[in-house]
Design a protein around this ligand. Structure first.
Ligand code: PLP
Length: 493
């Protein structure tokens, strides 16, 4: 199917709204206010706050009014456990339509043989992927060995043996402090408990992935699942190499592209940098660089399709049909040529942001970026990530603190601040504006001093922001933000 025409769908250079969208929001807020005015007011305040701040959180974006409005519908009321055309509830014909559309757009957009649109979030998508890999690689061969179709047909003894095998598999993922995600085998997460896990890191000298080191670790550990993908690694990954490594050790390659799905969709990552042809199973969120509703998605090679399709009842209950509908709308937007311009701009803007820091003497993990993330090491300012994040927020710059490799301050205080370009690129920020953003951030950090604890000792949390810094930063940000308004045309009464 060809991409539908969304001529009036604003997707590039800021998600513009129009009089129809304004009227829709106004009406919705009036209806909400009649029941719980405080929710209506908080909703208005959220728009005001988002409009007035420099949003640099790498995992956030601004979805279009079409995507947002799609979520506020009666699809929210419908139970639809099962799969398209095969539900455990009656009356799912319209859910079938939107789920099939979301899956079809995802297959076309990413060139994937199979797509599953039900996961409620990125974590759910990863759980579906883990269990589908276990089902395909461990459970199905066991059922075949015992010549039964279903685990319910196994004897108690055989079931216990299978449970033991399912619970004793190995997973190798990227460590949290190298930029991996907590679902990639981090011990406190279920992925670190349901698998025996080990982690690969990055080269201590360069901060870059060292494929030979990953290969050596994989050969030694022999994982069933090799996970690639990241939350805070500012570089591209060669997925052809990761697949080679997986094949050498008989592992299944799972790629979590939650962060960079927009760059894959927008054809910034192509060839060896496009994970979809190389991964057995690819997972993603739909709300980060992909600019859709909050949700997850699983893509798979044909071989894994039937096990992924068992996401419900394996780990999911009823799908969020209203969100699946919004995924269909967002994926339709991402199939428009304008989305490719947007994705290119995200990556180009990240380079400008990184250059802006480097020319002002700041330290970046890996000394730069070639995706949408810039990871600023704030230790040269004498600050922890926590202090930097808080000082920046006081100045109207919204970021999140993040570990840097081998972080001496651990995962709570950290030594880094992670910045991303997808959201402000949606507003229409370009290279000069991102250079200015770097200037503002350096000014705030250079004028922030670590504070002390109540007892007068050194503190990793408190800080003192220089006089007038917050005001001058907010004034300079306001100039940039006014030039690129959020949802221009959206006027609430
Ligand atoms: N995977 C990666 C790589 C992520 O960065 C995140 C979120 O930050 C997730 C999964 C989890 O997504 P969610 O918050 O939707 O569960």
């Amino acid at each position: 199917m060809s991409a539908p025409s969304t001529e009036n769908t604003p997707v590039q250079g800021g998600n513009t709204a129009n009089a129809t969208a304004s009227a829709a929001y106004d009406a919705a807020l009036q209806v909400i206010a009649a029941v719980e005015p405080r929710v209506a007011e908080a909703t208005r305040a959220e728009l005001r706050d988002q409009r007035a701040s420099l949003k640099l959180i790498a995992s956030e974006n601004y979805a279009s009014p079409a995507v947002l409005l799609t979520m506020g519908s009666w699809f929210s009321d419908k139970y639809a456990e099962g799969t398209v055309g095969h539900r455990f509830y009656a009356g799912c014909q319209n859910v079938d339509t939107v789920e099939a559309l979301a899956a079809e757009h995802a297959r076309e957009l990413f060139g994937a043989p199979y797509a599953y649109a039900q996961p409620h979030s990125g974590i759910d998508a990863n759980l579906v992927a883990f269990w589908s890999i276990l089902a395909h690689r461990v459970e199905t061969p066991a059922l075949e060995k015992h010549a039964v179709k279903n685990v319910n047909e196994l004897s108690e003894g055989d079931w216990e043996t299978l449970r033991h095998e399912l619970g004793n598999q190995r997973l190798l993922g990227m460590s949290l402090d190298a930029g991996g995600h907590l679902t990639h085998g981090f011990r406190p997460n279920i992925s670190g408990k349901m698998f025996h896990q080990q982690q690969y890191g990055t080269d201590p000298a360069t901060g870059l992935l060292d494929y030979d080191a990953v290969r050596a670790k994989a050969k030694e550990f022999r994982p069933l699942v090799l996970v690639a993908g990241y939350s805070a690694y500012p570089r591209r990954v060669n997925f052809a190499k990761m697949r080679e490594i997986a094949d050498e050790v008989g592992a299944t390659l799972m790629v979590d592209m939650a962060h960079f799905a927009g760059l894959v969709a927008g054809k910034v990552f192509t060839g060896d940098e496009d994970p979809v042809p190389f991964a057995h199973v690819t997972t993603t969120t739909t709300h980060k660089s992909l600019r859709g509703p909050r949700g997850g998605l699983v893509l798979a090679q044909e071989e894994f399709a039937s096990s992924v399709d068992r996401g419900c009842p394996m780990v999911l209950g009823g799908p969020l049909s209203h969100v699946m509908a919004a995924k269909a709308v967002a994926l339709a937007e991402a199939r428009q040529p304008a989305f490719q311009d947007y994705a290119q701009q995200i990556a180009g803007n990240a380079k400008s942001l990184a250059e802006g820091f480097l020319t002002r003497g700041a330290n970046l993990v890996t000394s730069g970026t070639d995706n949408h993330i810039v990871l600023l090491d704030v230790s040269s300012f004498g600050l922890t990530g926590r202090q930097a994040e808080s000082a920046l927020l006081d100045a109207g710059v919204v970021t999140n603190r993040n570990s840097v490799p081998a972080d001496p301050n651990g995962a709570w205080y950290t030594s880094g601040v992670r910045l991303g370009t997808p959201a402000l690129t949606t507003r229409g920020f370009g290279h000069d504006e991102f250079d200015k953003v770097a200037e503002l951030i350096v000014d705030v950090l250079a004028n922030t001093k670590p504070g002390t604890t109540k007892a007068g000792g050194p503190s990793k949390a408190s800080y003192v922001l220089g006089d007038g810094v917050a005001d001058r930063t907010k004034a300079a940000s306001a100039e940039l933000l006014d030039k690129h308004p959020l949802y221009p045309g959206l006027e609430l009464s």
